[in-house]
Design a protein. Structure first.
Lengths: 426, 426
């Protein structure tokens, strides 16, 4: 039995202890009566639920910075060229590097869509986080490729029974433009049959929406609706270019939408995410970082700040996306989308907990902790990360950090050389 | 004689030493022939020029987070109420806290506009950075107040001869709406007479521009031009709401404009800063954070990232504001505006130098250092800060850090209590 006692943390402004057994929070309050295998004296650090990163391509850490300040087409060409050379080594170390980075910035669960999920899951299990991993279908309208994808997806789903309790399988459809109608329908049925989440990119760029309208006479959201694919099991990444009817549909079907502000800004997809409208309509609004090839890091705290600031600016309204909602978007809303009992620090919830060190200039004065954490601080204030009751980072030290930095660096060099990319002097 | 030798730094992709004497860089390259009083083995850390924060209200650190997610009018009311209670203690410790935070995030010089510059300068000198400090004129059209302001400004300028080599006096006019035409003209003449910089808020909000048009029949920029105030000595903060003619005027007169993206976003002033147009017209584009009451921190690295990302997004062009230009904006352009010989690491320049530790997940892989630093990393990667050849931070430790955190925290509590503000539980 794993028993963890966190003493002297501050939760919602009050000093408290938190007692954890077998990965779950048992008691919050005075916990001196409990015996533990490990005790942490939080010494006034603030306790918060771990972040849930709702849209990543984890192993793309290895392509971080490969091209900057380039138009989208040239950038994509580079990325696709590199992806042809991906192998088990690069997927494993790219995902380990991603997990290290997520721990350093307070993420305890993430929803991934990338190649070789079997290999990625090994890296996640070696890191201790929780993940949801897609097999990603992309048939480009080829029936042969679709048949292969169906086989591979089924096989991966079979194997996912051995992924262990921290990793879950999801059905991944890349998008309405990379996946045929038949394949989408097959994925829909597979997800429903096995009670799985379905993870897809939706309305990320204006061009995607325009192309969908020319091809199917409707927006991507309405196209998915016409296929009966909208529902609370759907995780729709981006949903940036929506009309009123799209918003209504996403709300009515309680779809989980993922805002990826940093990626949207950096590759210039757009910024007018309809947060107020989506939340009011009934959609579950969550937050993600996207992969490091587009947004460069996996830092959810930074994503929170940017999301709120840009939302306030384009609406010309400083009241939008207030701090309490922002924290929910980054924690409990993501947990809800994944069916994970976390996102709050209370008895019965999963013990996915951050301890934040406020002994920094950015936390002075002590007026509003959450404002200081989100708007003033950085993720380096996160001292300790606990996932499923296991302490994965303490004093900002993560196990195997040196090995991960070295091996991921080496894997990236090999991958880029294979892809014929000559690195400039660093 | 102060002699500093930095060994094994990496500059522009090459290993190098940097030798500093009496605050200036003497040699870059192999410097083993030089004897030094202090030697730093940079051990592969990247060397960069220190950041120049071109628009701050430093002591407002003490009001960080005082109201969040509020409309501008309610927020301003709170801030003004607090400012009535400012005293030497709060200005000193607020500025010390600001300097600590700037050192932690790589700023070596800043351009400040706030109350009691005499007191602020003491804090700057105790911290070791460089500052330019305004006496801020705000007469609200009252001739009595204008007379007092003129006296005070002249006295402060007299006293500024004792500020020492690291701090310089500038003439501060709050804005065209808080300062009368007569006072602006007097400030113009004073700045010209003594060869001083003139620091002013210009076209920060749409309302400001509209009000100026109703009052004077022209935009703030054209109004300043009509008073003969535009020139390379002018530091115009914000310049966010400009028309074509404004851009042309600011360019033609080589005005220094300061982009404060985080403040503009958070209080929802706007985001369409005309970077391309201003730079092409001939204005000197620089970067600032504004005060912590509006933008919550003084982190120039974060400001760089946000500025570039938002610029790319609203223009729908990922090529805009590329990394090399972004670094110039945050360093040498600011130095130029202030007449400071820094912003490049080369012989003859001031030794204002950052050493960046790249042994972090966010710096893997080593494809593009500047992209990793700006787009992936955070200021916690800055290990060492040198200003005028003095090592002010090493291993992220700053002298007197504990005392500053405690005393600034206490000063903030006293200040807020005096202002009748009851703090919620932190």
């Amino acid at each position: 039995m794993d028993r963890l006692l966190i003493k002297n943390a501050v939760l919602d402004g009050r000093r408290t202890d938190i007692y954890v057994e077998n990965g779950k929070i048992v008691s919050v309050g005075n916990c001196t009566q409990f015996e533990a295998d490990k005790t942490i004296d939080a010494n006034g650090m603030r306790a918060l639920p771990g972040f849930v990163n709702m849209h990543t391509h984890a192993a793309m850490t290895l392509m971080r910075g490969v091209e900057e300040d380039l138009p989208l087409a040239a950038w994509l060409k580079r990325i696709w060229k590199i992806e042809e050379s991906l192998d088990e080594e690069s997927i494993y170390w790219g995902t380990r590097l991603a997990c290290l980075e997520m721990l350093k910035s307070g993420t305890t669960a993430f929803n991934d869509q990338y190649w070789m999920p079997d290999v990625a899951v090994k890296a996640v299990n070696d890191s201790g986080l929780r993940s949801w991993n897609s097999y990603v279908c992309m048939d480009h309208g080829s029936p042969e490729r679709a048949a292969r994808e169906r086989d591979e997806l089924e096989q991966t789903y079979e194997k996912s029974r051995e992924w262990g309790p921290m990793c879950s399988f999801t059905v991944g459809c890349h998008s309405t433009y990379e996946v045929s109608r038949e394949m989408l329908e097959w994925c829909r049925d597979f997800a429903v049959k096995y009670g799985l989440k379905l993870h897809i990119h939706v309305s990320e760029t204006r061009a995607e929406v325009e192309n969908c309208r020319s091809r199917y006479g409707m927006s991507p959201v309405k196209y998915l609706d016409s296929l009966g694919m909208l529902g609370p099991h759907l995780i729709a990444a981006h949903t940036l270019w929506l009309d009123e009817e799209d918003v209504e549909l996403l709300g009515k079907h309680h779809v989980n939408v993922v805002h990826n502000i940093n990626s949207n800004l950096k590759i210039a997809s757009g910024y007018r995410f309809l947060y107020n409208e989506l939340a009011a309509a009934g959609a579950n609004v969550t937050l993600g970082t996207d992969g490091c090839a587009s947004s460069n890091n996996l830092d959810m705290l930074e994503a929170m700040k940017t999301a709120a600031m840009v939302q306030k600016a384009w609406r010309a309204d400083p009241k939008v996306m207030p701090l309490n909602e922002l924290l929910d978007i980054a924690t409990i809303n993501g947990a809800k989308a994944l069916g994970l009992e976390s996102g709050r620090i209370e008895a019965g919830k999963q013990a996915d907990i951050l301890l934040v060190n406020v002994r920094k200039s950015t936390f002075v004065p002590e007026i509003n902790f959450l404002s200081n954490f989100v708007y003033s601080g950085h993720s380096d204030a996160i001292d300790t990360v606990i996932c499923a009751g296991r302490v994965l980072m303490e004093g900002r030290r993560v196990k195997d950090e040196d090995e991960i930095l070295d091996s991921a660096g080496k894997a990236a060099r090999v991958l880029l050389e294979k892809s014929g990319i000559v690195l400039k002097t660093y």
